[in-house]
Design a protein around this ligand. Structure first.
Ligand code: IMP
Length: 200
């Protein structure tokens, strides 16, 4: 089965490909379809942004589409950076500046710095419009560790591991991550549907 993935983020494409390949689903990227588009993520929830991206690309392609919106929510910062995870450091944001800003905001806050990664996926097809949520809880550590992954990975230590997301090999991160959990729910939803429509 082929599904369009409505993102231009190469890290997300790679992770989704790695995860869904194992589950027997082939991803078509916007690049594969020759679509160049920047969709403004201006909604104030992960779900709102995921829906906006999936619906926009579905309208363009008429192909079953998934889009994710994801981010980090830190307890002591009342859920920030949340939907602003990608541009936390302001106009000149990049992964390193976002991480520095996060450490600065947490400097005087009592430890442990509890946090969770959230991924919300919207699956939009002609007749379906479904939401799947994956979450991973953990802690924000004091300095970046590790070079794998992207974004806040070097600062996030998932519960049950001594390593940060960025210290874990990608095949392990992709078997425990918030994105994996949301994609797995999506996969299970599709499998159940196929079973119902095709009893053989
Ligand atoms: P968006 O879903 O494209 O809005 O991006 C969300 C932002 O959240 C990214 O730019 C990263 O900063 C952060 N983020 C989302 N998922 C991850 C992850 O798996 N690791 C590290 N950072 C992430």
């Amino acid at each position: 089965m082929k599904i369009v993935l409505a993102t231009n983020n190469p890290h997300k494409i790679q992770e989704a490909q790695e995860i869904l390949q194992n589950l027997g689903i082939e991803i078509l990227t916007l690049k594969d379809l020759g679509i160049e588009i920047k969709i403004e993520e201006d909604q104030n929830t992960f779900e709102g942004n995921a829906r906006k991206k999936a619906h926009t690309i579905f309208e363009l392609t008429q192909l079953p589409t998934i889009a994710d919106d994801s981010g980090l929510m830190v307890e002591a910062l009342n859920g920030e950076p949340g939907v602003n995870s990608s541009c936390y450091a302001g106009e000149e944001h990049n992964y390193e500046k976002n991480n520095q800003k996060l450490l600065k905001e947490l400097k005087d806050k009592p430890k442990p710095h509890r946090a969770k990664f959230v991924c919300v996926i919207n699956y939009k097809s002609k007749i379906e419009d479904e939401i799947f949520v994956g979450e991973v809880t953990g802690e924000i550590i004091d300095e970046p560790r590790g070079t794998n992954g992207f974004g806040y990975d070097p600062l996030f230590k998932p519960d049950g591991y001594d390593a940060t997301y960025a210290e874990l090999p990608s095949d392990i991160k992709n078997r425990i991550s918030h994105r994996y959990k949301a994609l797995l729910k999506f996969h299970d939803y599709l499998s159940n549907k196929l079973k119902l429509t095709c009893p053989h």
